[in-house]
Write a protein that binds this ligand. Sequence first.
Ligand SMILES: Cc1cc2nc3c(=O)[nH]c(=O)nc-3n(C[C@H](O)[C@H](O)[C@H](O)COP(=O)(O)OP(=O)(O)OC[C@H]3O[C@@H](n4cnc5c(N)ncnc54)[C@H](O)[C@@H]3O)c2cc1C
Length: 417
Amino acid sequence: MSRRLRIIGGGLTGILAAFEGHRLGWRDIVLHERFEGLGGVARPRVAHGAELRDGCVYFGGPGDPIVTILTTHGAKFEAFANRFGSVSPSTTGATIFCRDFGGPVVETEETALASVGGASLADRLSAYPEPVRGSLERYCRWHLDDAGLAGIDAEAAIPLAINRVVPAYADFDALADAKRADPRMDDLWGIPRGHWGRTANLVASLPTGGFATLFETCRRALLDLGVRLETESLVPPRQAFAELGDDDTLVWAASPTPLFKPLGLATPHLLRKTFASYIYEARFDGPCPAYVQNFTAQGSAFRVYVYVTGGRTMAVAECVREADPLDLKAEMADLMAGLGALEVGELAQVSVQPRWIYHSREAVDGLAALRAAAAARFGPRFIAGAWEPYAKSAKLAQVNAALAAAWTGESALALTA
Ligand SMILES: Cc1cc2nc3c(=O)[nH]c(=O)nc-3n(C[C@H](O)[C@H](O)[C@H](O)COP(=O)(O)OP(=O)(O)OC[C@H]3O[C@@H](n4cnc5c(N)ncnc54)[C@H](O)[C@@H]3O)c2cc1C
């Protein structure tokens, strides 16, 4: 009997799992997607030849593992000089623009870190001296609608873009030495690119022709490999579990929320943050694509992203809450001013959607219990879709390790322990 690989979820995680499963040797592969097209959260609406993107999704430059896999299957990418910046509050009431750094800048020279235990975001922030801690707490309260930081996992610092902070008045040479010598200093403090030896993120890439082209290329490549694509096919967990034969492997590359009850677990409290995205026609005389992050805890947009699609320039304001689309125009121009003059035109789309990128401590513990319950019941035949990490590369590594373990019959839990 042939071994079957069944993948639930046609986002990037599910697509990459199908490619990797085929590479490892599976030949009976089926991928289920509840909507009509592949791509999940990265699939944009296309209007009059232009992609209306809700937010900024980049791939790494040439050599990035995901770019390499997708290129092998026919996708094309355009690399570009990665241009970004941040705007932070200043004690004078003005703002601080920082070029080539996407995190907050705080007016301090103090870089000593307190030793704090605990795995919450509140614990992570309490390691910083004042005024860094206060500034980050204000930003988090604005961004997360006053959700208690003690209940949020420390890793949320990554999607919040506060995982590294620049101490504006510190001696960057001394800080660079400290970062090289001490992983914790390196983890918590940042130095803008160009002010020291490290030059990460110089180049990023976007799919040639846009995301719709990328996912169409993936669809054709999967079909060419013999993968069966079942679109408009929502698979309930109980059904997937009941149909899981001894020779089958199931990858759950979709939301974990419906899995808890069928596995006999209480669903943990999840932080369900709603984002509002406003997409406009625009003109911009700076580098493109480019984005700027807002750490002032003022206004509505936490990021403004400018990109070209179908020969048109679009600007997106990703907002922490719904905003007045007219008021947003001036806010967007102010935030981008450090990179170029932005003229915001007609509104093309508004989308208000929940995302699950910030995890509560309870969710992280719940996901560990979920993995353990699934492993006890199904062994390596059940593969969890790398729910916790935010970075695409970390998701890929986790799922690929579990697929390799399932193919050879080893326990995925033993492999990742
Ligand atoms: C604790 C936690 C809770 C989460 N809760 C939710 C949630 O309630 N809702 C949510 O959308 N995301 C939720 N997420 C996000 C979810 O993890 C991601 O959507 C997905 O696991 C990551 O895969 P991706 O990167 O390919 O993402 P995506 O781009 O989101 O791709 C997932 C794809 O799966 C499809 N899909 C979802 N369910 C099914 C199904 N039953 N059958 C077939 N296709 C399906 C979607 O349409 C989508 O195309 C949660 C994440 C965590 C960590």
